[in-house]
Write a protein that binds this ligand. Structure first.
Ligand code: FE2
Ligand code: FE2
Length: 313
């Protein structure tokens, strides 16, 4: 079949909302865009394990430790689904990891901020996992089959993360003065970086238009950010803590909250690798990879041995 008919068939599937599967023909740019987006997402899952792993041993009770441990394990699982989905596009996992370690591939800017107190575990679950859900629920309808299917399970687990985070915040806010202060301090530090998670403003987002046309993205960055602000404000009110934005107020006409200007200079600076923890995060991933070399070698040797045995039988 000539390229024109292949393209027509692909576009027809996109228009009819029929999923694209690994063996289907796809434009090279569609493949590249998906590899970039899915790998970025996979990297964010495994880098996202780091700030929270920091608190597993210091969580205030056995129940909190168990929940933190389970959550960090979930994130490892999300990374696994997403690396697997990405591999169906014809790229090796080793290559993806090399790109993370060399700084060529990006991951979510949010994980370059430090987790200073226990309340940060609450704020991260509530806001960061909350923002992730906002971003990811529409991806369950993404046009690429393996990505969309991976997202279904990821989203179920994210919604549990969000609720356990909110519950930590609620417990702190109903506790002593000091605990409530900790919750407020965590909100102060995590609010703006959470808004940045939705990416640059639509006018500065280079990939949005094409990705929307391909059904890889269903809403723009600004639309999702607005949705997030709209659901978070009443939640902050319920907690009795204040979102650190003096311009945040209900706009009757728009039917949405207005909010203040994001510090984009900070955002682009963190993306470029100059956030408070960028170096620490990438170093931790590199060390984990190097220290795990013997496991990969042992697994490969075991698989080879097993294959030989089967051949002999
Ligand atoms: Fe996750
Ligand atoms: Fe999560």
């Amino acid at each position: 079949m000539d390229i024109k008919s292949l393209e027509d068939r692909f576009n027809e599937k996109i228009d009819k909302d029929i999923r694209i599967e690994p063996k289907d023909w796809m434009p090279e740019n569609y493949r590249k865009t998906l590899i970039r987006q899915i790998s970025q997402h996979a990297h964010s899952e495994i880098v996202g394990m780091l700030p929270e792993a920091n608190w597993i041993t210091r969580a205030p009770s056995l129940r909190r430790k168990a929940a933190a441990l389970a959550k960090v394990q979930d994130e490892a699982g999300h990374g696994l689904y997403l690396y697997s989905a990405c591999e169906t596009l014809g790229i090796e996992r080793d290559q993806l990891l090399q790109d993370l370690h060399s700084g060529k591939a990006k991951y979510s800017s949010i994980f370059n901020y430090p987790t200073l107190t226990w309340a940060d575990m609450g704020a991260i679950g509530w806001l960061v996992d909350g923002a992730a859900i906002m971003n990811q629920v529409p991806l369950c309808r993404a046009s690429y089959g393996p990505y969309a299917r991976a997202m279904v399970r990821v989203c179920k687990e994210e919604s549990f993360h969000q609720r356990q985070g909110f519950e930590i915040m609620l417990t702190l806010c109903r506790g002593s003065e000091e605990q409530k202060k900790m919750a407020q301090d965590a909100l102060n530090r995590w609010w703006w970086p959470s808004l940045m998670m939705f990416g640059p403003q639509d006018k500065d987002s280079t990939h949005t238009e094409q990705s929307m046309r391909w059904g890889i993205k269903r809403f723009t960055n600004d639309e999702l950010r607005q949705k997030f602000v709209d659901v978070s404000k009443p939640q902050a009110d319920l907690l009795g803590i204040t979102i650190p934005d003096k311009d945040l107020k209900w706009n009757e006409e728009r039917g949405h909250y207005d909010f203040g200007e994001i510090n984009w200079e900070e955002f682009f600076n963190v993306i470029k690798g100059n956030g408070p923890c960028n170096k620490q995060r990438v170093d931790a991933r590199r060390n984990a990879y190097d220290n795990g070399a013997w496991v990969r070698e042992a697994a490969a040797a075991h698989a080879e041995k097993k294959a030989k045995k089967q051949q002999a039988a």
